[in-house]
Design a binder for this molecule. Structure first.
Ligand SMILES: [Zn+2]
Ligand SMILES: [Zn+2]
Length: 420
């Protein structure tokens, strides 16, 4: 385990009095004060090289800092070590009999995960572990990449939330909650990232959730679409009129919701006015004949109007949709779920849809409970990852809340992603 000193927390009685030493006598630069409401403290940060001193003053009598000062007087309160894999570090500590205050990492400031270790295991020092959130320019922004003669742009239709248990199937919560922190309703945050491929034509693969859903739906699924797909298209220099082909991995609402929109008169119509919509025939049949197990995922308004408007093209098998873009059925998630291979000038990228929805789903056994045919997911994922590793393919993760795309690596059986 590698750890880097992140900061040292110092409990003080009076922040202003502490400044007399740290700022005036030592001559250190001090940042503006910041209130941490949840901890009932006011903090001042003192940068010292790559680490920081945190001067902490209680803002309420029952604040942890107030209790500490009352019991032990002001002084060193905690040290924080930054680690790469906080879940791994906690497992290692637990295995060695260390007493943990937090058995599971919990959300800290700025998207970090944190966990405290009891001072009795650390020779009297309260130790906090911290795993910083991966640094990505802007998780809701677009990501552009040139692949040979093709230009790939990962768009963003905002976020939604699904039950964490359903998202990880048979994986215990004690494991998945370290990778995807659940909210108070046990839901985890997922992005929707349609991909635009510009080549001979302009294609969009999937289109997010769209804007037709009501308040109840948006509450159940924690929908946060701001700024949404139109803003994202705009950022990419595109408008819905520019799209020639809309390609569906499958027709679940978080992929096909954006295929249609309601016009001023309330009628639902195709959202991309010039586009042909390409859907796998088997998936069309399933979506138009849902059963009890998959009905909640299908909303006919998302795709039936396409057939009515005469803009639907059904394909029967794995084939090239436009030069450089080829679909391949994976099955698993549902019978006719398909992924997309994008290839130009000997370089290749993969848009895997719900085969591997987030980077947390890279291990073979981390398969969604939603999947209708999990053993097929297992086989398809295993084959795909081996292929992607061997060819160093760029992989797009449609639902990952942080990483739009990256390269998979494998080290002593553990898979990682190096973000694009
Ligand atoms: Zn799906
Ligand atoms: Zn999905």
């Amino acid at each position: 385990m590698k750890a880097v000193l992140d900061h040292i927390g110092i409990a003080v009685r009076d922040l202003n009095a502490a400044l007399a030493f740290y700022r005036d006598a030592l001559g250190l630069e001090i940042e503006a004060p910041e209130d941490v409401i949840s901890q009932q403290v006011r903090a001042r940060f003192v940068p010292v090289g790559s680490a920081t001193l945190e001067l902490l003053e209680a803002t309420a009598p029952d604040s942890p800092i107030a209790k500490y000062v009352e019991k032990r007087g002001p002084g060193l309160h905690h040290i924080t070590l930054r680690v790469e894999d906080i879940a791994g570090a906690l497992a290692q500590l637990k295995g060695r009999g260390a007493r943990l205050i937090d058995e599971q990492p919990r959300p800290g400031a700025e998207g970090a995960l944190v966990a405290f270790i009891h001072p009795s295991s650390a020779h009297g020092v309260l130790v906090e572990l911290k795993q910083a959130s991966p640094v990505i320019a802007d998780p809701s922004g677009i990501t552009k990449h040139t692949l040979g003669d093709l230009e790939l742009t990962s768009l963003h239709d905002g976020f939604f939330r699904l039950d964490g248990g359903s998202m990880f199937g048979v994986v215990p919560k004690s494991l998945w909650s370290a990778k995807a922190v659940p909210d108070e309703r046990n839901r985890i945050r997922l992005a929707m990232r349609p991909l635009v491929v510009r080549g001979e034509k302009t294609m969009i693969i999937d289109a997010g959730l769209g804007d037709k859903e009501d308040t109840k739906f948006r509450d159940i699924y924690g929908v946060d679409r701001v700024p949404g797909l139109d803003a994202s298209l705009d950022e990419a220099g595109l408008s819905p009129e520019d799209i020639d082909i809309v390609l569906a991995t499958h027709l679940h609402f978080d992929h096909a919701g954006g295929f249609t929109t309601r016009d001023a008169s309330g009628r639902v119509r195709p959202r991309f006015p010039r586009a042909r919509y390409v859907v796998r025939r088997g998936e069309w049949e399933d979506a138009t004949h849902p059963h009890e197990r998959n009905r909640a995922s299908y909303r006919p308004d998302n795709y039936v109007p396409l057939a009515e408007a005469g803009v639907l093209d059904l394909v029967d098998d794995d084939r090239t949709i436009m030069p450089g873009v080829r679909v391949r059925r994976t099955g698993g998630h549902n019978m006719h779920h398909q992924m997309v291979w994008i290839e130009s000038a000997g370089r290749r990228a993969a848009f895997v849809g719900d085969l591997i929805p987030t980077t947390a789903h890279l291990p073979d056994a981390w398969i969604m409970g939603f999947d209708l045919y999990p053993m097929d997911t297992l086989a398809a994922k295993r084959a795909f990852v081996q292929e992607a590793l061997a060819r160093r393919d760029l992989v797009y993760f449609e639902h990952d809340p942080v990483v739009a795309a990256g390269y998979i690596t494998e080290e002593s059986g553990k898979r990682h992603v190096t973000p694009l």
